[in-house]
Design a protein around this ligand. Structure first.
Ligand code: ZN
Length: 287
């Protein structure tokens, strides 16, 4: 199986029945490659990304680590011509996932959102989407040196989770009340468990990251007594894609990327596993 589940490119060929795309159009290629249009989720507004009969890249067909890929007309993410494909590629999964995740927190402008795992690809997008939505942003990650990256993207605060007393420090900058919403993209389940401790009463924690260890411990009394909401979310629906792409096209979103040839994939994966990459690496499949 060929991996890769997000990409962007130019339409080089179209099927006979395709009406809304033409050769030369720029499109994003998401993991969701085809939906049926008739299942229960397809018929409920906003749930098309959970089509029960969907065809996914890397599950049912080869992913984007190749030069050409096919996609159903309805699932091709329309990109305005002014959009830089290198910037659009990571938006198609990482970007939309956190865009949707921030919506799921239910936060409104002026409220405080904590982003755990803020320096990586998802976190970097999350900081910018959150600032665009008018949220106050607490970026959390491991190590002091990632703070500069997060602040450059617009984070109001940066906290190093590798130091002790994270909960206390979150409370210090939120008048002892905690953030209204938390999105967790860190690849350590501890980050998710900690969020239960510092989130505000009536707050919402949205799990988006996929750590190696998935099971978590939570104190039910803490959840019910403080009216906490725990949510999961993956990718986004067609509306989320449309909105996120518009923010990219308007220059509101611009996360740092590194571009490397597809032939360097092995080296890149090593760096990802060491946690060395800030922002996102984009692979040029022609190299
Ligand atoms: Zn369906």
């Amino acid at each position: 199986m060929v991996a890769g589940h997000e990409g962007a490119g130019i339409v080089v060929s179209i099927g006979n029945d395709v009406e809304s795309l033409k050769i030369g159009d720029k499109i994003g290629v998401k993991m969701l490659n085809r939906i049926c249009g008739y299942c229960e989720n397809c018929h409920i507004s906003g749930r098309d990304n959970k089509c029960e009969n969907r065809i996914d890249l890397m599950v049912h067909k080869f992913g984007t680590f190749q030069q050409y890929v096919t996609i159903a007309e309805g699932e091709a993410v329309r990109l305005p011509q002014n959009v830089d494909l290198k910037k659009a590629a990571p938006l198609v999964c990482a970007g939309v996932t956190v865009y949707k995740g921030l919506k799921e927190t239910g936060c409104i402008a002026g409220e405080i959102v904590a982003i755990c795992g803020a320096s990586g690809g998802l976190g970097s997008f999350a900081i910018q989407f959150a600032k665009n939505a008018g949220f106050e942003v607490i970026a959390i990650d491991l190590g002091e040196e990632k703070g500069k990256h997060c602040k450059n993207l617009g984070a109001d605060y940066y906290l190093d989770a590798s130091k002790s007393d994270l909960v206390k420090r979150v409370h210090e900058i939120t008048n002892d009340r905690g953030p209204h919403g938390v999105i967790v993209v860190a690849n350590d389940i501890k980050a998710f468990e900690q969020a239960f401790e510092y989130v505000r009463d009536f707050g919402t924690i949205v799990g988006l990251g996929v750590p190696e260890k998935m099971e978590f411990r939570a104190d039910l009394m803490n959840i019910l007594n403080r009216h906490l909401t725990i949510k999961g979310s993956i990718l986004g629906n067609r509306t989320d894609y449309k909105e996120a792409v518009a923010l990219l096209a308007n220059g509101k979103i611009d996360i740092p990327i590194e571009v490397h040839g597809l032939s360097e994939l092995g080296k890149i994966l090593e760096r990802i596993h060491k946690g060395e990459i800030m922002g996102r690496v984009v692979l040029d499949t022609s190299k």
